[in-house]
Design a protein around this ligand. Structure first.
Ligand SMILES: O=C(O)c1ccc(O)c(O)c1
Ligand SMILES: [Mg+2]
Length: 598
């Protein structure tokens, strides 16, 4: 189906919004009146710009407080409408949105509303314009889609139809099934938005918290299914009022927006992009660093050994059990400092995974490799992390490990770390919802609930995405405000162990510096849990944190931070799905005390 986006959903001047929408690949736009009023371009110039960009103007909006008013007031409204119809002629827009009235002058009189909307439609018809009447969830007398439709039906004019907006319908808890009773050709327009489920005033909710379909808690796809079954043939158009998107760069937001519509169309069976290929493990995590010393000291103390070196690049492979870390001292490191730059995802079908990612607008990365290297398909996640779809020593598939030559090394410590438990990637502040949708739709990972964690200097939100057996876990996090501070951009690699006390003690005895945890924390732990003899003392001695729920216990401790990166040791009971969120405020406070090493 055709895709469209309301200019209100994107930041910037009208021309920037239009460019972003076109570049992302939208077919059309809804022009929001305020964007036009604030633009130095004439309507004719806007029309030409849209034509140049290959965008249709699918809707002009909104007209407000038109219907069910005293005759004199309605006369003034018609005069106002005529002005706007002339403007729309210049713009080349043929559908106008009329929101249900919020005016105190409006009467609770459906017959009057129908009569006046019919008059409006007669006027519009003369200009070749169609009027789409939409129930605002906070409309004075008309606030549900079925009520708006009854009025449109009663008005009975070919130039009058209804506009459905998923936010208004789902925020009010209306049953969208009734949409199927509206003739498809009378649904003039469909606006789509999701929103997080919140208990708040519906107007505030709508104007500040809407998000793209799949990013919130509404069943937008279910609603679209009803609209399709009604026979709707117009565009799928995003209308998202959101405080974050208003500030974020329009280009990436538009791509994010279109991705949400691609996924939505797939989920209602309108399109069939390449199926998701769910990763089956984390093959490696790649750190770039200008100076390997501080990282290699930590890795050695954790029991890792440098086992191999890349044949043609300054990249070392450090390994312990199935945990593989790459330390890259190439040019990117000198530019960006120490950070987690890439993740290798073990994929049953690397090429298929890349095709899915590309179909969902993930930037495909050029293969920077020597001719003899294993072919590696890679895409960029919204935060810039490179995701490699790869195979590790699996029959029939080229293994990325073949690009490395073994180097002499001491055997890695046995029984220490056995694999990567999870990766925690801090997202740019404006890309949190986008990141969750990306990992869910592109990689086929399931998104867990988002949790808020208190930081001494703000609030951190975190949401994990995982595969079914937990062999891939990525915790996406974001600070409350833009932060230049390294702490606000921290990333970490959590390493799984079966015996955290032994692993943490070995780390400390080998010269590792565990993140110190305040004594108050352990007093509280003693109050909360009856731990086995000696357990609390060992935790206190080694800075180990403890969390428990019905599914078992989670024990964890941290290293110091290098650049943006630190490590965590994790001992997770088999059924436990958490990440120690309860302990995160203590960890964050401790990290603020201890600034990064370099
Ligand atoms: O918040 C509003 O006023 C508003 C305006 C136009 C719409 O289509 C809408 O859904 C809400
Ligand atoms: Mg709307």
């Amino acid at each position: 189906m055709r895709t469209s986006i309301a200019t209100v959903s994107l930041s910037g001047a009208l021309t920037e919004k239009l460019t972003a929408a076109a570049r992302a690949g939208f077919d059309g736009v809804e022009i929001f009146e305020n964007d036009l009023l604030a633009s130095p371009l004439t309507p004719e110039e806007v029309r030409a710009r849209c034509a140049d960009l290959g965008l249709s103007i699918d809707l002009y909006q909104p007209m407000r407080d038109i219907e069910a008013v005293p005759a004199e007031e309605f006369g003034r409204n018609l005069r106002r409408a005529e002005h706007k119809f002339r403007l729309m002629e210049r713009l080349g827009a043929d559908t106008v949105l009329v929101c249900s009235s919020v005016s105190p002058l409006a009467e609770d009189d459906d017959a009057l509303a129908a009569f006046q909307l019919r008059r409006l439609a007669e006027l519009a018809e003369g200009f070749g314009i169609r009027v789409a009447y939409e129930a605002l969830a906070w409309g004075r007398h008309v606030s549900t889609y079925d009520h708006a439709w009854r009025i449109v039906e009663a008005a009975d004019h070919p130039a009058l139809g209804t506009c459905l907006d998923s936010f208004h319908i789902l925020a009010r808890g209306s049953d969208p099934k009734g949409i199927e009773d509206i003739p498809g050709e009378k649904i003039f327009f469909l606006q789509l938005a999701d929103a997080p489920l919140m208990a708040m005033d519906v107007l505030q909710w709508s104007r500040h918290y809407r998000c793209f379909p799949g990013q919130g808690g509404f069943d937008v796809a279910g609603l679209v299914g009803h609209v399709m079954r009604a026979g709707y043939e117009g565009p799928l158009s995003l209308e998202v009022f959101n405080d974050v998107f208003r500030q974020a760069e329009a280009g990436p937001t538009a791509v994010d927006a279109l991705r949400s519509l691609l996924v939505l169309q797939e989920s209602v069976g309108l399109t069939e992009p390449p199926a998701p290929v769910v990763p089956t493990g984390i093959a490696f995590a790649e750190l770039v660093t200008p100076d390997v010393e501080p990282l290699s000291e930590i890795l050695e103390a954790l029991g890792f050994a440098r086992t191999a070196r890349h044949r043609s690049k300054p990249v070392d492979l450090w390994q312990q059990g199935e945990a593989r870390l790459l330390l890259n001292t190439g040019p990117a490191a000198r530019r960006d400092g120490t950070q987690l730059a890439a993740v290798g995802l073990e994929s049953p079908d690397p090429a298929g995974a890349a095709r899915r990612a590309e179909a969902l607008l993930a930037p495909v990365l050029p293969r920077r490799r020597a001719p003899e290297d294993a072919p590696l398909d890679a895409v960029a996640a919204p935060d810039g992390t490179e995701l490699f779809f790869c195979a590790t020593d699996r029959p029939g598939l080229p293994s990325w490990t073949g690009d490395f030559e073994p180097v002499a090394h001491k055997p890695p410590v046995a029984g220490g770390v056995h694999r990567i438990d999870h990766l925690a990637l801090t997202q740019p502040w404006h890309q949190f919802d986008e990141a969750a949708l990306f990992h869910h739709s592109v990689l086929g990972l399931g998104a867990q609930e988002s949790v808020d964690v208190a930081d001494p200097y703000g609030l951190l939100r975190s949401r994990a995405v995982t595969n079914a057996d937990g062999s891939v876990r990525i915790a996406l996090g974001v600070g409350a405000a833009p932060s230049a501070d390294e702490g606000g951009r921290a990333q970490h690699i959590a390493l799984a162990t079966d015996d955290i006390v032994t692993a943490a003690r070995r780390f400390r005895d080998a010269g590792g510096r565990p993140l110190p945890i305040p004594a108050n924390y352990y007093d509280d732990l003693a109050a909360k849990y009856e731990l086995a003899d000696g357990e609390l003392e060992a935790y206190r001695e080694l800075g180990i944190l403890y969390d428990r729920d019905a599914d078992g216990a989670f024990r964890h401790c941290y290293t110091e931070t290098v650049g943006r990166v630190f490590f965590e040791l994790v001992q997770r009971d088999a059924g436990h799905r958490g990440y120690g969120a309860q302990n995160a405020p203590v960890r964050l406070a401790a990290q603020h005390v201890r600034r990064p090493v370099r």
